[in-house]
Design a protein around this ligand. Sequence first.
Ligand SMILES: Cc1cc2nc3c(=O)[nH]c(=O)nc-3n(C[C@H](O)[C@H](O)[C@H](O)COP(=O)(O)OP(=O)(O)OC[C@H]3O[C@@H](n4cnc5c(N)ncnc54)[C@H](O)[C@@H]3O)c2cc1C
Length: 479
Amino acid sequence: MAGAAAAGASLGFGASAGGLARVAARTAGPPIRGPVIRRGAAGFSQAAHVYNMRFDNVLPTLVARPLDSADVRTAVKWGVAHGVPLRARSGGHSYAGYSTLSGGMVLDLRNLHTISIDPHAGTATIGAGAQLIDVYAALAASGLTIPAGSCPSVGIAGHALGGGMGLAGRRFGLTADNLLSAQIVTADGQLLTVSAHEHPDLYWALRGGGGGNFGVVTRFTFRVHSVPRTVAWFVVRWPASSGADALGAWQTWAPHARNELTSIFHLNGGGFDPVRVTGQYFGPASDLGSLLAPITSVPGAGVSTGNLGFLPAQLMWAGCSSLSLSACHTAGTRPGGTLPRESFQAKSDYVSKPLPSSARNALVDAALARAQLPGSGAILFDSYGGAINDVAPAATAFVHRRVLFCIQYLTYDGGGSWLSATHARMRPYVTGGAYFNYTDPSLPNWQTAYYGSNYPRLESIRRAVDPHHYFNFPQAIGR
Ligand SMILES: Cc1cc2nc3c(=O)[nH]c(=O)nc-3n(C[C@H](O)[C@H](O)[C@H](O)COP(=O)(O)OP(=O)(O)OC[C@H]3O[C@@H](n4cnc5c(N)ncnc54)[C@H](O)[C@@H]3O)c2cc1C
């Protein structure tokens, strides 16, 4: 018995193993048809690693890659029966590394990546392992899209379950806002279809309640939107000395601009372009002269605009303008993928009242200070309003609907003290909310920060659907 426990422990499943047979079954891994890659096997490190290199030392015991929802059910049932902790993985981009764990099983859904369109219903059904650039490409071929973020290799599951904000956000809402139904494997091994009519509580919770809670989603059905043949893009740049004024003009304009226009304000801590706004407009670039006037009137502005086909525009936002579609994936996650992984950490805030000049100057100073440190960083401001704020805070689990914008403080390759100090400095000016998808594992009051007044309902749904709290991670609902 002691030997069995030791064997279990040495496999990395923890010390609760009971009996040799049980350990042997655990050693074999879940009996799925898809591959199971165990620690020590060829290719294990690459299979185990998530996008954020800060978590390269966090290694599961095995990575299981189900082929379909039946395989997902088998893996969940096996994990529950053998007391093996599980983390689902879609694109592996969790800022906090929540799609990996020390010991236990990663359920990597990359093989569930089918994207099918029903043009009559105006819907697309997307496998939970699809990456955003593949979603954009498949839908754009039919002149369609869903709103989502710009990083090409972010997975649809983590993204949609936590919200999903991007440059079509003010036009079409968050990714989660367009979710019509999902299939999810719950801890009792059932495969449930959830929608406004079936398991409506769970349907509510999946729209912003955050990945990793409730179960493993195997596929999503979204409402799709027609896109024009071309969209307009713009970049407005300023010198650092204009940063506080530019932010002042942007914050009173961007959240109230036409819904067709979504923009992001950047203060870069290092590299080129210390201050810039990037944005996308569902209309011709010829409209932009007047639409952008409230920000381009700030002295020092340099403006670039243009029209692009919808998919080329998404490739540009993804940083892939000169790459093929297959190259526009993280190296090692898809054949032909070339994009490097990164080492980073972040915090976020929401702002509901325009920032006074003291706050704006502090942010510009913080970005300049970051530029003096090793590594790099940025402070990004995602404009809300438009379709995002048309949804009531309690209508979905995503509560941040009455804000002007979200601030993201990002640091690469170090800069942790800078991150904490910059975040601390902004306390007087922000709502206290934070965006679950810009996950901050050091946030003390994450329940209220991520979910606000929606937290109690999320907790009770969690208790009903996963009473033994099998799906677990450091910021799991009900923890
Ligand atoms: C470079 C970069 C750019 C980004 N850009 C944006 C952006 O423009 N807009 C924006 O809103 N966000 C953005 N994000 C944040 C992103 O939305 C979140 O990190 C998101 O959670 C990543 O999803 P994923 O599936 O890739 O991650 P994963 O790490 O695979 O999953 C994230 C969480 O969801 C869980 N999960 C994964 N799959 C499932 C499933 N099938 N069922 C249930 N739970 C599951 C995981 O266990 C984990 O807890 C960006 C992130 C990065 C790293």
